[in-house]
Design a protein around this ligand. Structure first.
Ligand SMILES: [Zn+2]
Ligand SMILES: [Zn+2]
Length: 156
């Protein structure tokens, strides 16, 4: 939070209570929050913050490198704090939208190797694995089959 305040001051922007509550909503979230999640959370706390302020604050947090924006193809973005969590990758359920995190040293090393092979100096990377989570598989056993059309043709 102190880094965010500094970032605002450096840009000559006022440190408002509204900006702070939006920042806190992302910093202390247990999961990858959407703008809708943030708004609902603030309403529950009795904070009335306009949508424009939420978006603007998210932009500021991103420009300060304090949060990361994700697009998991749901039609809206999700946000999570960058500090203290360390690098991790995501598994995204195509049915319920649940997002899980994992960290893999093998993935890290592989990314560097792939970059090397293409003459890139590795800076950072993002892995996103899309599939069906265990709960959705339990609810619908047919979800366990890979949904690739090619495969279904072979089975016929
Ligand atoms: Zn699911
Ligand atoms: Zn994450």
């Amino acid at each position: 939070m102190e880094a965010f305040r500094r970032h605002l001051r450096d840009r000559g922007l006022p440190v408002t209570q509204q900006r702070e509550v939006v920042a806190a909503a992302v910093f202390f979230a247990e999961r990858h929050v959407s703008v809708g999640d943030i708004e609902q959370g603030l309403l529950r706390q009795g904070e009335h913050v306009g949508k424009a302020t939420v978006y603007r604050t998210l932009e500021l947090l991103q420009s300060a490198d304090l949060i990361q924006e994700h697009d998991f193809g749901e039609g809206f973005k999700r946000y999570e704090p960058l500090a203290a969590r360390g690098y991790h990758e995501h598994l995204i359920c195509l049915r319920c939208g649940r997002v899980e995190e994992f960290a893999s040293e093998r993935f890290e090393r592989m990314s560097t190797l792939i970059a090397d092979e293409h003459g890139f100096r590795h800076h950072h990377h993002r892995w996103e694995i899309y599939g069906v989570c265990p709960e959705c598989q339990r609810r619908d056993p047919t979800a366990r089959r890979p949904p690739t059309p090619q495969r279904e043709e072979h089975e016929r």
